[in-house]
Design a protein around this ligand. Structure first.
Ligand SMILES: C[S@@+](CC[C@H](N)C(=O)[O-])C[C@H]1O[C@@H](n2cnc3c(N)ncnc32)[C@H](O)[C@@H]1O
Length: 307
């Protein structure tokens, strides 16, 4: 390369560096200006958003406060009304007073007559207990089948023995107590299908004589779930002679409701009084319900034999 060419190349190089430096500075300055404008815009936008959000939150918080206030007031009003109603019930409600009396007299009965009996938590537990202690090999009879719920329990626990359920399926033939008028429990289509059990349809006093004549032999389990004094009395009069040592009688409505002394309990009391040789033990009861389980321990059938 000649001297001129070399000089001109160096000049061009120097000019290029100068140009790049100037343009670079200008571009950097412009970019810095743009960035700070954009940053300012972003900051302004964030501030606006934050302001809107915080106003919205304030509104929602105010609504929530007033809702919670109303709910707390409503809950407090409800609690006060409940306490007033409970106080009134405790002081003046005759049904509640009757139930308290019934619980007290039933507790007295437990204390006097059933001190060794097992207290069970539910009617189902009480029936299960009765099924576990009843002797086997004889018949199981239920009076009051209705839906078949308890008959199904009995049949399931006695697969090798005959199980029968009796009911008219026309509901109670008499009024029992408040809430249980004549005809109550007539609301099912007909006898239920219960596997392992046969159903005998009709009023007990009409079906029992023929049934017992056709089915000799002992009764191991007698479940009386027909509510009425008259029904329990009919059943005990007919089936009583088939009960022997080891037989178990379950009363589904023995005690713990107003007037209990006049219903199944009376039928049992009269039955016992009419059979002075009959010996038995109260085995179990439901702690907050009406069921009582009795096990027959023996019957001295000699005339005049005493318990
Ligand atoms: C409380 S329900 C029985 C409930 C049943 N154990 C269940 O698990 O669904 C009482 C039943 O006893 C029956 N009943 C009461 N006395 C009767 C009588 N003398 N003759 C026939 N059925 C009677 C009624 O028809 C009614 O269906």
């Amino acid at each position: 390369m000649g001297l001129r060419a070399a000089l001109s190349a160096r000049l061009a190089h120097a000019a290029g560096r100068l140009m790049r430096g100037a343009v670079g500075d200008a571009v950097a300055a412009a970019m810095a200006e743009r960035r700070s404008e954009r940053d300012a815009a972003i900051v302004a936008q964030v501030r606006r958003g934050y302001g809107e959000l915080s106003a919205q939150l304030d509104r929602e918080l105010a609504e929530l406060r007033s809702d919670i206030g109303e709910q707390v007031r409503a809950e407090a009003d409800r609690a006060v009304a409940e306490i007033r109603a409970a106080e009134l019930r405790g002081r003046r409600d005759l049904a509640a007073a009757g139930e308290r009396d019934a619980a007290a007299t039933s507790a007295r009965f437990v204390h006097d007559e059933m001190a060794d009996a097992v207290a069970l938590p539910t009617p189902v537990a009480t029936l299960e207990h009765a099924l576990a202690i009843a002797s086997k090999g004889g018949m199981a009879l239920e009076f009051g089948v209705y839906t078949g719920r308890t008959l199904a329990m009995i049949a399931a626990s006695r697969p090798d023995d005959a199980v029968y359920g009796f009911d008219s399926f026309a509901g109670l033939p008499e009024t029992w107590r408040p809430g249980f008028p004549v005809g109550v429990f007539d609301d099912i289509a007909g006898p239920p299908e219960v596997s392992g059990a046969e159903i005998v349809v009709g009023l007990f006093d009409e079906t029992l004589p023929g049934f017992l004549a056709a089915h000799p032999g002992p009764v191991d389990l007698l479940h009386i779930d027909s509510d009425l004094h008259s029904s329990a009395a009919t059943v005990l009069a007919h089936v009583g002679p088939r009960l022997g040592p080891g037989s178990v009688v379950v009363f589904d409505e023995f005690f713990n409701y107003p007037g209990w002394e006049d219903h199944e309990a009376r039928a049992w009391r009269d039955h016992v009084a009419a059979h002075p040789g009959l010996t038995f033990r109260y085995e179990a009861y439901t702690i907050d319900n009406e069921q009582v389980v009795v096990r027959i321990t023996g019957e001295d059938r000699r005339p005049g034999a005493a318990r």
